[in-house]
Every structure is written in structure tokens, then in C-alpha cells.
Design a protein around this ligand. Structure first.
Ligand SMILES: NC(=O)c1ccc[n+]([C@@H]2O[C@H](COP(=O)([O-])OP(=O)(O)OC[C@H]3O[C@@H](n4cnc5c(N)ncnc54)[C@H](O)[C@@H]3O)[C@@H](O)[C@H]2O)c1
Length: 244
């Protein structure tokens, strides 16, 4: 028996990197998984997997969220799990970051999880049961120079705690995960510099970079009933990087 048997899970950003790994793991554990992503071409690949349904979603669109939550609930009868994982990053220096960059970052990384919870949590609350996992970042915990990105992930941190208190009495749990540097398409640029890669590994107490499965396993725990008394928590999965 899987840890998520017969549960219906929406995973945003499910077409790449950490999200794709979560989609595979959750499906292996018995869930019906909706891989929601803006990248339609990549979603076609996801849709070919057993128990996985690719659905187009721009997390920055309130209308998209409203439609997705309704469709999933009508088609599958319920929504048990939401993982707000979709996100973008930017390495633009502070001085070159303009208002448009800021708005884009905050609308995808900040408004996305807010709108997701706003439109999905009521379906969970109606059944008095649900688990929401928001993917923040270690950059919300320590200064790393990724200014708007860190700010957006700080928003996810605070929002997760606030939502845990908002939805707890309706049976809906909300927790956040703080990944360290994980090898995915988002961090591909790192692998082109052996020097930088070496320095990052050296600076990590567990002496390696994160893999998508490290984050997916943490999300599985928080999504499943194994964590039924946990809400408002912050799970750091970074090999000890931010503990220093
Ligand atoms: N990789 C890391 O080192 C790392 C570290 C900390 C936190 N994170 C966070 O983990 C999450 C996943 O990152 P990843 O490394 O797998 O990145 P990734 O770039 O491999 O995947 C991100 C996915 O999000 C989707 N996406 C982007 N904008 C979207 C939008 N507007 N609507 C819907 N989908 C959209 C992309 O199409 C892609 O499939 C992100 O929130 C990221 O900030 C990553």
C-alpha cells in the first residue's frame, strides 16, 4: 500500500526539476497526480505517465487557479494535496533589477502560492481535510544576494505560517519546505563552473548538493497522513548549509 493511496494531488511546476520528481514519487505512492505547469510541451510528457494528468496553469493567474481547482474537484471528486512548487529565479544584480523584474518575481513566486491556497483550500475545507506544501528556499533564511527571489521566498515563508493558522480549524494543514541548492534545470548554470560547484559542496556540511528526490521525499512526508499533527512547520532540506 502506498503512502498516498487514492489521494488527489495538485503539484505546480510539475513538468520539470523538483516538481517532476514529486509527480513521479506521489504517483508511485498511489496518488492521482495533476501536474500543473505553464510549459505545455513538457506537460505532454508528464501526461503519458500512469496516474498523472497534465494541466495547463499559469500560477500568476487568478482565473487559471479558479478554473483548475474547479475542474480537478469535478473530475476527480476531491482535492487532498496541493504542492505550490512552481517558481522562477533570477541572478540579476540589485542595481539592474527593475520594477518589472520585481513584479514578475513576486507574481509567480508570491501571488502563485497565495492564489493556489485561496482557490484550492475551500475544496479541502469542505471535506475538513487537506495538506498544502509550499516550496520556499534557503534564501528566505539567510542572505545570499538573490534579492527579489529571496523576498518572494520570504513571502512564501510568512504566508505559509499565516495560512496554517487560517485553515487549521478547517482541517487543512499548511507547511513549508526550504530547499538548499538542488541540481535541476533552474540551477544548471552552476554545473558549468566546476570551481563554483566545488566551493558550494565544500560549504555544505553534508558535502553534496541536493537532488530533487531529497525535496520530493520531504514533500511526501508533509503531504501524507504521516504528518497529520504537523502544521505551520518549516522543514529545511539543505544539507546543513543554512545552519552555519
Ligand atoms: N533548484 C534549487 O536549487 C532550488 C532551491 C530552493 C528552492 N527552489 C524552488 O523549488 C521550486 C522548483 O524549482 P526547480 O529547481 O525544480 O525549477 P525548474 O526551473 O526546474 O522548474 C520550475 C517549473 O515551474 C514552472 N513554472 C514557471 N513559471 C510558472 C508559472 N507562471 N506557472 C506555472 N508553472 C510555472 C516551469 O515551467 C517549470 O516546469 C521553485 O519554487 C524554486 O524556487 C529550488
Amino acid at each position: 500500500m502506498g503512502k498516498l493511496d487514492r489521494k488527489v494531488a495538485i503539484i505546480t511546476g510539475g513538468a520539470s526539476g523538483i516538481g517532476e520528481c514529486m509527480v513521479d514519487l506521489f504517483a508511485q505512492e498511489g496518488a492521482i497526480v495533476i501536474a500543473a505547469d505553464i510549459n505545455e510541451a513538457a506537460l505532454e510528457r508528464a501526461s503519458q505517465k500512469t496516474n498523472v494528468h497534465g494541466m495547463k496553469l499559469n500560477v500568476a493567474s487568478d482565473e487559471d487557479w479558479q478554473a483548475l481547482a474547479k475542474e480537478v474537484s469535478e473530475r476527480f471528486g476531491k482535492i487532498d494535496i496541493l504542492v505550490n512548487n512552481a517558481g522562477i529565479s533570477s541572478e540579476k544584480p540589485f542595481a539592474e533589477t527593475d520594477a518589472q523584474d520585481w513584479q514578475k518575481m513576486l507574481s509567480i513566486n508570491g501571488f502563485g502560492p497565495f492564489a493556489g491556497m485561496k482557490h484550492v483550500a475551500p475544496y479541502m475545507a469542505a471535506r475538513n481535510k487537506g495538506s498544502i506544501v509550499n516550496i520556499s528556499s534557503y534564501t528566505a533564511l539567510i542572505g545570499q544576494g538573490f534579492n527579489p527571489y529571496s523576498a518572494s521566498k520570504g513571502a512564501v515563508r510568512a504566508l505559509s505560517k499565516a495560512a496554517a493558522t487560517t485553515f487549521g480549524r478547517q482541517g487543512v494543514r499548511v507547511n513549508a519546505i526550504f530547499p538548499g541548492i538542488v541540481e535541476t534545470p533552474m540551477t544548471q548554470a552552476l554545473s558549468t563552473s566546476k570551481d563554483l560547484l566545488g566551493r558550494l559542496i565544500q560549504a555544505t556540511p553534508l558535502q553534496r548538493l541536493g537532488q530533487a528526490i531529497d525535496i520530493a521525499q520531504a514533500a511526501l512526508f508533509l503531504a501524507s497522513d504521516d504528518s497529520s499533527y504537523i502544521t505551520g512547520s518549516e522543514l529545511v532540506v539543505d544539507g546543513g548549509y543554512s545552519a552555519q
